[in-house]
Design a protein around this ligand. Sequence first.
Ligand SMILES: [Zn+2]
Length: 60
Amino acid sequence: MQSDQDRLEHARAVWEGHLRTCRSCAGSSGTCQSAKLLRRSYNSLLRAAGDGGRLPEANA
Ligand SMILES: [Zn+2]
C-alpha cells in the first residue's frame, strides 16, 4: 500500500526523469505536452497532500 507521500515522490521522480530523458524537454525545443501532464499530476498530488508546501513547488 502506497502512502500519499510515496505517490507524491513517485510522481515527482517520473516527472524529473522525463525532463532528463525526453529529447524535447532536455533539448532546446522546450517542455513537451507529456511533461506538462506529468507536472500537473504532481502539482495536484502536492495540493491534495495539503500540508502547506513542505515540498518545493513544481515549476518547469
Ligand atoms: Zn518531454
